[in-house]
Design a protein around this ligand. Structure first.
Ligand SMILES: [Zn+2]
Length: 252
């Protein structure tokens, strides 16, 4: 019973380790996704700024077209002005030219302001674009690190599983079945350490009578509360005592 309990305890440790490694490995995809989302935010921002910039450049071109069209019209009117004999008509035409030219000056002022603003925007877009490239590089590297970590964890889980098979071969099939059932029902943990008279799986104190029975090591006992198989602390303490001389190097 002692050997079986120790093997079960080792199996529990291995299974917990696998669970932990798998939990860590399972976090990797969401971490990668989160990093890529960060870049996507910057990419969208740059795209938006670029769209605005392009719209403004189109607006500039439109105004430039308007200015040259209007100016050509005014030139034509001015030439026609020479031929006008009637003073009233002359005055009306002059006023119209004047108004038109004022409008053109306003357009030119507006265009200058736009051009200055466009320059500013171009600078911002360039700068953001640089930042985006930096961010993309950073994330690419970070993702590579995470992928590598994921591969490492997967490999580690495989190694642990191979070690598990060795332990499993030492456990009686019936007992192993019982362990697996408890494990399934109890968040992946089928064995609990019994320390200071309490089950460390659920923290409940055991009846003294039950403790006495357990210490006889005649049967595999379960915690009455959480049903986990109980491994008494003395088992581990004994094993540590037995293993210590073998593990430590001989004294010189
Ligand atoms: Zn318990």
């Amino acid at each position: 019973v002692r050997t079986q309990l120790l093997a079960l305890y080792d199996l529990k440790s291995v299974d917990s380790e696998v669970l932990e490694v798998e939990r860590q490995a399972a976090e990797m995809p969401s971490q990668i996704e989160q990093l890529e989302r960060q870049v996507e935010v910057v990419r969208l921002e740059v795209g938006q700024l670029n769209t605005e910039l392009e719209a403004q450049i189109r607006q500039q071109t439109e105004i430039e077209g308007q200015i040259s069209e209007e100016s050509a019209k005014h030139q034509k009117w001015k030439r026609r002005l020479m031929d006008i004999r009637s003073p009233r008509e002359y005055q009306a035409m002059s006023r119209e030219i004047e108004t038109g030219e004022r409008q053109v000056r306003e357009l030119e002022e507006h265009l200058l302001a736009l051009m200055a603003d466009t320059e500013q925007r171009k600078k911002v877009v360039d700068e953001r674009h640089e930042r985006l490239k930096g961010e993309e590089d950073r994330v690419r590297q970070a993702v590579e690190v995470l992928r590598e970590k994921e591969r490492g964890l997967t490999k580690k889980a495989e190694e642990i599983r191979r070690g598990r098979e060795r332990i499993v071969s030492q456990i009686e099939p019936q007992l192993l079945k019982r362990y697996e059932q408890i494990r399934k029902a109890r968040k992946g943990v089928g064995v609990a350490l019994l320390k200071d008279g309490a089950c460390l799986g659920c923290q409940m104190k055991l009846r003294p009578q039950h403790l006495v029975e357990i210490l006889r090591f005649e049967s595999v006992e379960q915690c009455p509360t959480c049903q986990r198989i109980l491994a008494h602390e003395v088992l581990l303490a004994d094993r540590n005592l037995n293993e210590r001389p073998a593990a430590s190097p001989p004294l010189a």
